[in-house]
Design a protein around this ligand. Structure first.
Ligand SMILES: [Zn+2]
Length: 306
């Protein structure tokens, strides 16, 4: 059925290659490319800034907002605000009692740069928790686009989470928006990461990502649920990233896995353009996370194919 697919494009505005470097070439050089593409395609997206990125690049925050996209929040320093799904050296999750203060600070920093309220959030690494969604709910957030479908495998469509288990439906006002994954395929990975959407668009190309998109749409329609395609990308993926070891501090050097930087730059931008065109040909309606959450209960939650 045409018109029943809602698409949320989310860009996580953080340091280059996630937490692996302290640099911001993606924000400085990637964002203008993205804004140009989105304006040519006439689609709106949500840009989730870390507090630090917003503080360092308030002009980018304002430019995103001036182009009528949504500015959201992506934690303070890209720290793990939720539960750790697998260990990363040097990155320990916040203690859950620290979470409300961190999220409050992160929100303030992004709002200072923006000059108005933020209502949408995405957790670094998509690692959330009950403490995180409860704190977001208290801060007045309406959308959290964090749930990694590939890992939990249950919530196929947006839901109001429980304050005791964020992966289950419950009592909170905030809307949890799952990041889609291809649940029709058998996973060979112990965390189910091979079912996830990211970073297929640039490592294997737009066509491969759209193959999984169609599988997901079919899977959700078969269950008569509303189809929401929430995507996650990063501005640094649209800038060529250095190959080989990267000096990141006076104490050392990192070498990110090859797939993390493969085809970053103009190739990735061309693939994103193809993805947008293909979604449009499927009749998808693009909107921001905040708009989806604001209109969900009254307009979209009953969407489904008959
Ligand atoms: Zn991130």
């Amino acid at each position: 059925m045409k018109g029943d697919i809602l698409a949320i494009l989310g860009f996580d505005m953080e340091t280059d290659i996630g937490s692996w470097t302290p640099y911001y070439r993606g924000i400085a050089e990637g964002t203008p490319k993205l804004l140009n593409l989105l304006s040519r395609k006439n689609v709106k997206a949500t840009f989730f800034f870390t507090g630090e990125a917003a503080k360092n690049y308030p002009n980018v925050v304002r430019e995103v907002a001036e182009k009528a996209h949504e500015v959201g929040c992506h934690s303070l320093y890209h720290e793990t605000v939720g539960e750790e799904l697998f260990p990363i050296p040097g990155i320990k999750p916040l203690l859950q009692e620290e979470v409300p203060l961190r999220l409050k600070k992160a929100t303030e920093w992004v709002q200072e740069a923006l000059g108005s309220r933020v209502i949408s959030f995405r957790a670094p690494r998509l690692w959330g928790s009950a403490a995180m969604v409860s704190a977001l709910d208290d801060l007045g957030y309406v959308a959290d686009a964090s749930y990694p479908l590939y890992y939990y495998g249950k919530q196929l469509t947006p839901y109001h989470p429980s304050s005791s288990d964020w992966t289950k439906e419950g009592d909170l006002k905030i809307l949890e928006v799952p990041n889609f994954a291809d649940m029709s395929m058998e996973s060979k990975d112990k965390y189910g990461r091979d079912r996830d959407q990211w970073p297929i668009f640039r490592t294997e190309g737009a066509g491969k990502l759209m193959f999984h998109v169609r599988n997901h749409v079919k899977y959700v329609r078969e269950r008569r649920l509303p189809v929401v395609l929430c995507f996650y990308f990063h501005p640094w993926e649209f800038v060529e990233m250095p190959k080989g070891p990267i000096r990141v501090s006076p104490e050392g050097t990192v070498q990110p896995d090859e797939y993390l930087i493969r085809n970053c730059g103009d190739y990735a931008l061309a693939q994103l353009e193809d993805v947008i065109d293909d979604l449009k040909s499927m009749g998808a309606a693009f909107m921001t996370a905040g708009e989806l959450a604001t209109r969900w209960d009254s307009e979209f939650s009953h969407n489904s194919v008959s």
